[in-house]
Write a protein that binds this ligand. Structure first.
Ligand code: SF4
Length: 307
């Protein structure tokens, strides 16, 4: 039994919160996937890179890119010494390439203002360019083992089902979600970090959005949603991810692929074949220029930033 006293915790809606930490920690030790960022000795810089890559991108696609990235840039200073275009190129097809620019900007600050060491303090992490609340907490907990609640979409789904009896997590609300995670964290620092990782893993492997595998769930006997007979959720739902096919995001990706593949500026006429709708193509190119992911004009051609 882990030390799961909650006497000094912020109030949550449930007066009595079940101990889910004890069974989850045991389950996690046996069932967790062997992922690079969970291996002993994995650097904090690797945790930061992996957390940014994992936002919006599946684990299987992240692992090879992450390993190549850390081989090429083993510390923040190594990345900061390369031009942003190299980061965008190495991002390859992970999607949402603004994350590559944000990582480059964060690496530059870590190298110049933090002695090339990823900060441990959540506020110092939050002060880095492009680092949001989730990533700051995840680095403090998973790289340094500190005790903070970390909430992603998988955590929200599990906790809302187990503690609130609600099948759909609803829209993210930090004011609600963080105290809910806090309410199940053991006092012990290591147990708290493992519990947080275990809730995430349960949401990724067992308590999935559609067809949760309740027969294989280590906390099935404590799940309020299951006990209530899986009632339909009638409140606001978590927003669905916008369709990729035909979206501006797809067109941006196609233009970026052209720019990444070329060592010389790309003429607008070479970009035209990537997408038939000229208005949408122009809008996508303009947004890439605005985001700093591309530079140039019709006279000089288009290229990655600082290529
Ligand atoms: S019992 Fe089912 S719904 Fe409840 S936490 Fe486990 S997998 Fe999720």
């Amino acid at each position: 039994m882990v030390n799961a006293s909650r006497a000094s915790r912020p109030d949550v809606e449930n007066a009595s919160v079940p101990d889910i930490a004890t069974p989850l920690i045991s389950w996690f030790r046996q069932e967790a996937r062997d992922l690079p960022w969970r291996r002993s000795g994995f650097p904090a810089w690797g945790t930061l890179v992996s957390e940014i890559m994992l936002q919006q991108t599946q684990v299987a696609r992240v692992i090879p890119r992450l390993e190549a990235w850390l081989t090429r840039w083993p510390t923040p200073a190594d990345l900061a010494a390369s031009p942003p275009a190299d980061a965008v190129r190495a991002w390859d097809r992970l999607g949402y390439p603004r994350r590559a620019l944000a990582l480059h900007a964060a690496a530059t600050v870590i190298a110049t203002e933090h002695g090339n060491v990823v900060p441990r303090d959540v506020d110092a992490l939050l002060a880095l360019p492009g680092i949001g609340d989730y990533t700051a907490r995840a680095v403090a907990v998973f790289a340094y083992g500190d005790r903070h609640p970390v909430v992603d979409v998988n955590v929200r789904r599990v906790l809302k089902r187990v503690l609130r009896g609600q099948g759909d997590p609803g829209p993210a609300k930090a004011k609600d979600d963080l105290p809910l995670m806090e309410s199940v964290l053991p006092d012990d620092r290591d147990d708290a970090a493992t519990t947080n990782a275990a809730v995430m893993e349960l949401g990724a492997l067992v308590c999935v959005a559609r067809s949760p595998a309740c027969d294989a769930c280590p906390i099935a006997d404590r799940c309020a949603w299951r006990a209530a007979g899986y009632p339909e959720h009638d409140g606001p739902r978590a927003p669905k991810q916008a369709k990729f096919a035909g979206s501006d995001r797809q067109v941006r990706g196609l233009i970026m692929a052209e720019l990444r593949a070329s060592d010389v500026p790309v003429a607008r006429s070479e970009i035209e074949p990537v997408w038939p709708d000229a208005e949408q193509r122009d809008r996508a190119l303009a947004s890439l220029l605005r985001d700093g992911l591309a530079t140039g004009d019709d006279a000089t051609g288009y290229r990655l930033p600082d290529a």
